[in-house]
Design a protein around this ligand. Structure first.
Ligand code: PEP
Ligand code: MG
Length: 581
């Protein structure tokens, strides 16, 4: 039994056989052969090396002829790498001594080499990492190891074990068979974690290097509540977790009874609890769990889930389907929030030193009107079918907000003159997720119809911690007093201006932190569909006075840890049914 601690990314428990994937790009399952097959693997590798060498020589000849020796030399360098004695000896050690398959040995040896080059400060050497990965790809192609095969061809339950999963890889996991996942990298606030919650897949991220110790098919327990992963568990641990799964199921059955009841506190204060979605099919789960509407539709996932950029018509059809399914309930469509960890094809080859501080989100949309305008047209057209509102992400300056509104006005004028049915009077809001917007909120508040606090990014930027980086995950807490004070300030400004405010970051789906938000005066929460029942349960179990008192106590605390400990304690007293362990 091996127990590892990581970062809880998506709640729930999953048990199943491990599907161990290679580290980057090529999804090579970790596998070994019987000792007497090792020589065969070595021969397969030798044949692949010969095949790649011959391809490289051809490439070198042809490109030198067409583009000069300088270009052809690239392939000479690849050839050299192919016969590098150090790599060759590592490969044969893995195959002949550890009996790994040639495919897996190639994927690991070249990955480690590429990584060691990437870490060097010398940019020329770190560029060479790409060459290493290129040679790796060619070898794997010759070996017949088809990229993505294990994930594409699943036919039984699996817990995916990977170095990293991007948000779009996570979105494309086969929900029929994948029960959960755990990764070496990643933080709790990254979009991989958010997608996992949307898909209701228990997940643990940021475990650190461990893949080399794990065999495919061994039993794994993913404890997404505690951030624990247990490999080859003993009988006692296994039955404890099976029992926990049963108790979780019983609790969620009981919470289903709240579906049609309002999100009202025990002393009669009505809140709204809406849902955050990434994909249109989640609308069904929102309705099944009794959402008051959709408080955040992350439309960028339309881009991440497909190879081509969606057209205006595709945007429109998707939005229309969601809007109609909501039967008059409101929906907040957030315009594209691409960039940082959500990379679409068009940005994949532009590298930025600090992508979270770079050309992302509304900045990207305003710089690429051919991207922004079709989406806005589709939103205004879909608004004919229900209560549609539009929201701009990552707004930092008043200029950005005004520019975005101006583009929307011109788009509405175009639709009008083209005689296309649309609405030009829809409510327009902004996300408050940059400290600059918090401090300038008095100005912003008069130019919007509503505000929504994105605590995921607000915590990231307020605390100077990358939300996807496991090395600083401990610092990434929306319960940090600095973030709590920002939220309180936003509530005060919004209340004075009588502008509705909601919180759509993950903070609102954490039952203990939700108590605090209510006490601070937040009346609209937007949470992943799977969190709707539990948050409704919390709301219906507490009184406003209790929450206000808890919030007042929190304002005296100076550390996130103290805030969370205090709130968890209060939650256990106020809603004891939620305590499972
Ligand atoms: C946020 O930042 O809190 C938010 C809701 O947006 P996202 O997580 O998509 O960045
Ligand atoms: Mg955000």
């Amino acid at each position: 039994m091996l127990e590892l601690q990581g970062i809880p990314a998506s709640p729930g428990v999953a048990i199943g056989p491990a599907l161990v994937l290679d580290s980057v790009g090529y999804r090579i399952e970790r596998s070994t052969v019987a000792a007497d097959q090792a020589a065969n693997e070595a021969a397969r590798l030798a044949a692949a090396v010969d095949g790649v060498a011959s391809d490289l020589k051809n490439n070198q000849r042809e490109t030198s002829g067409a583009a000069g020796n300088h270009t052809g030399d690239i392939f000479a360098a690849h050839l050299q790498m192919l016969s590098d004695p150090r790599l060759a000896s590592e490969l044969s050690e893995r195959i002949l001594v550890r009996h790994q398959t040639a495919d897996y040995a190639v994927s690991r040896v070249f990955y480690t080499f590429a990584n060691s080059l990437k870490r060097l400060r010398n940019p020329i050497l770190s560029e060479r990492a790409q060459d290493v990965l290129d040679v790796q790809r060619q070898l794997l192609t010759h070996l017949g190891a088809i990229a993505d095969a294990p994930l594409a061809n699943l036919d039984s339950d699996a817990i995916v074990i990977a170095n990293n999963l991007t948000p779009s890889e996570t979105a494309n996991l086969d929900r029929e068979f994948v029960r959960g996942f755990c990764t070496e990298t990643g933080g709790s606030g990254g979009h991989t974690a958010i997608v996992a919650k949307g898909l209701e897949l228990p997940a643990v991220v940021g475990i650190g290097p461990f893949i080399d110790q794990i065999d495919s098919h061994c039993t794994v327990i993913v404890d997404g509540d505690q951030g624990k992963v247990i490999f080859a568990p003993d009988q006692e641990t296994l039955s404890r977790y099976r029992d926990l799964m049963v108790r979780r199921r019983t609790l969620s059955k009981r919470l289903e009874e709240l579906r049609d009841l309002p999100a009202e506190t025990a002393d009669g204060v009505r809140l709204t609890v809406s849902a955050n979605i990434e994909f249109p099919h989640e609308t069904a789960a929102c309705l099944a769990n009794g959402a008051d509407g959709i408080g955040l539709y992350r439309t960028e996932f339309l881009y991440l889930a497909s190879d081509d950029e969606p057209s205006e018509e595709e945007h429109y059809q998707v939005y229309r389907r969601v809007v109609e399914a909501l039967g008059g309930r409101p929906i907040v469509i957030r315009t594209l929030d691409l960039g940082a960890d959500k990379i679409a094809k068009r940005a994949a080859n532009q590298s930025e030193n600090n992508p979270f501080l770079g050309l992302r989100s509304i900045r990207l949309s305003l710089r690429n009107l051919e991207l922004f305008r079709p989406q806005l047209r589709a939103i205004l057209r879909a608004a004919v079918h229900g209560d549609v509102r539009v929201m701009f992400p990552l707004v930092t300056t008043l200029g950005e907000l005004r520019q975005a509104r101006m583009v929307m006005n011109t788009v509405a004028d175009d639709l009008e003159s083209e005689g296309i049915p649309h609405r030009s009077d829809i409510k327009t809001g902004m996300m408050v997720e940059v400290p600059a917007a918090v401090t300038m909120l008095e100005s912003f508040v008069h130019e919007v119809d509503f505000l929504s606090i994105g605590t995921n990014d607000l915590a990231q930027y307020a605390l100077a911690v990358d939300r996807t980086n496991p090395l600083v995950a401990e610092l990434y807490q929306s319960s940090d007093p600095a973030v709590v004070r920002m939220v309180r300030h936003c509530v005060e400004v919004a209340n004075r201006a009588e502008v509705p405010l909601s919180v759509c970051g993950e903070m609102s789906s954490n039952p203990a932190r939700a108590l605090l938000l209510i006490g601070l005066g937040v009346r609209n929460l937007s949470v992943p569909p799977s969190s709707l029942p539990i948050i409704k349960k919390v709301i219906r179990s507490v009184t406003l006075a209790d929450c206000q008192e808890a919030a007042a106590r929190v304002m005296k605390l100076e550390a996130a840890r103290d805030v969370d400990m205090f709130l968890t304690d209060r939650l256990e007293c106020m809603v004891p049914e939620l305590v499972l362990s």
